[in-house]
Design a protein around this ligand. Structure first.
Ligand code: UT7
Length: 356
């Protein structure tokens, strides 16, 4: 079941293109070998079952909003525009600094933006794909000239470090893009989004919300940490990734054969390879960096996009498909015809930037 907003090609007056990208990950690298000293696992099991070799971990002093702010500043620098030009901030996250206020508000203050519209989107690992679609609608409708879309998460702070089935999978990070209007035949061409709350208990944090507030019992049972039925999530992911990408492509009259680069959610290399196989895409048309970051949730897709651009894997005119899945259950895909001429962009290091 895939529900989505009406397809984009009803000829919007304007389209939204990405004019700047930036990312930020904590400096602390934790390898599988480090984890096997701490948990009942082996570096080999993690590598062969997930493709992950290391991940970045935010220590106590680094928060989701700090990573998001640094990524946003890097994206603004990459776009060569001032924070004062931003009209709206949308942050995809499910691990904000606080239950409220939103992380987007903290980023607004952190980058020194005007008192503009700022809010969070909670769609877990699909969050960036959802938020990009929303941000594009601000541009397409003419409500905004410049939109900052951030994906930021520090899920390692929500892990039970005694649960080997989850604690080896996640990492922390953030990435951001700046959207502005572009040529009508370029930019975000189509999006397909879906959700199925029937699967809400397949991957979730059962307590800490208003239904089951924090209590001694909750803490004793570690119900305030991520719980997952991994194999069921795996089956869902393999099926939905290909389906939603193909649906989004069909909404703008394209097929898998038109895809120059697939940027999938980086949860597990086996999920990515199965989805790519279902789409008939060979390895050189799929971007993979799960080995270095693990699953960074809402940051996963934009971090991969930032690195793909920096690595020269995306050129002006390319069809790029972003695809995500996650808790909710949620899933989604964006089809983009790349509108920026990368050879014209400053070759600075602004797509990276770590925090200690
Ligand atoms: O953004 C969405 C986030 N979630 C995901 O994407 C998760 C999707 N699921 C997966 O990626 C995979 O299901 C996992 C990587 C989580 C697990 O891989 P699997 O091949 O599905 O393994 P499994 O859960 O079927 O477990 C196989 C065995 C079990 O042992 P037994 O019962 O066969 O003796 C587990 O207890 O592997 C064991 N196991 C581990 N062994 C060593 C589970 N976790 C570990 C571990 N180290 N870390």
């Amino acid at each position: 079941m895939i529900t989505a907003r009406p397809s984009v090609p009803s000829q919007p007056v304007r389209r939204a293109g990405i004019v700047g990208l930036g990312m930020s990950v904590p400096d602390l690298v934790v390898s599988n070998y480090d984890l096997e000293k701490r948990v009942d696992t082996s570096a080999e099991w993690i590598r062969t079952r997930t493709g992950i070799q290391e991940r970045r971990i935010a220590g106590d002093s680094i928060t989701t909003s700090m990573l998001g702010t640094q990524a946003a500043l890097n994206a603004l620098r990459d776009a060569d525009i001032s924070s004062q030009s931003v009209d709206a901030i949308i942050c995809a996250t499910t691990s904000g600094d606080y239950l409220w206020p939103s992380t987007a508000c903290l980023i607004q203050q952190g980058i020194g933006a005007n008192p503009i519209c700022a809010f969070d989107v909670a769609a877990a690992c699909s969050g960036f794909v959802y938020a990009l679609d929303l941000g594009a609608q601000y541009i397409e409708s003419g409500r905004a000239e410049t939109v900052l879309v951030v994906g930021a998460d520090t899920l390692t702070k929500q892990l039970n470090w005694e649960d080997r089935s989850t604690c080896v999978l996640f990492g922390d990070g953030a990435a951001a893009v700046i959207l502005r209007s572009c040529n009508p035949d370029e930019g975000l061409l189509a999006t397909s989004l879906g959700a199925d709350g029937g699967g809400s208990e397949l991957i979730w944090i059962p307590a800490g919300g208003t239904k089951t507030p924090i209590s001694h019992c909750v803490l004793d049972k570690k119900l305030n940490t991520i719980q997952m039925r991994g194999p069921e999530v795996y089956k869902f992911a393999v099926k939905v990734m290909g389906e939603v990408a193909i649906d989004a492509l069909s909404r703008c009259g394209l097929t898998c054969a038109d895809v120059d680069l697939l940027i999938p959610h980086q949860a597990n290399i086996r999920i990515i390879q199965s989805a790519a196989e279902r789409m008939g895409l060979c390895q050189d048309r799929v971007f993979i960096n799960v080995e270095r970051y693990g699953n960074t949730s809402a940051a996963s897709v934009p971090i991969a996009l930032s690195e793909a651009v920096k690595a020269g894997r995306i050129q002006h005119g390319d069809i790029v498909v972003l695809v995500g899945f996650g808790a909710g259950l949620t899933w989604g895909a964006n089809v983009i015809r790349w509108s920026r001429d990368e050879s014209d962009c400053r070759k600075t290091d602004s797509t990276t930037g770590g925090l200690e």
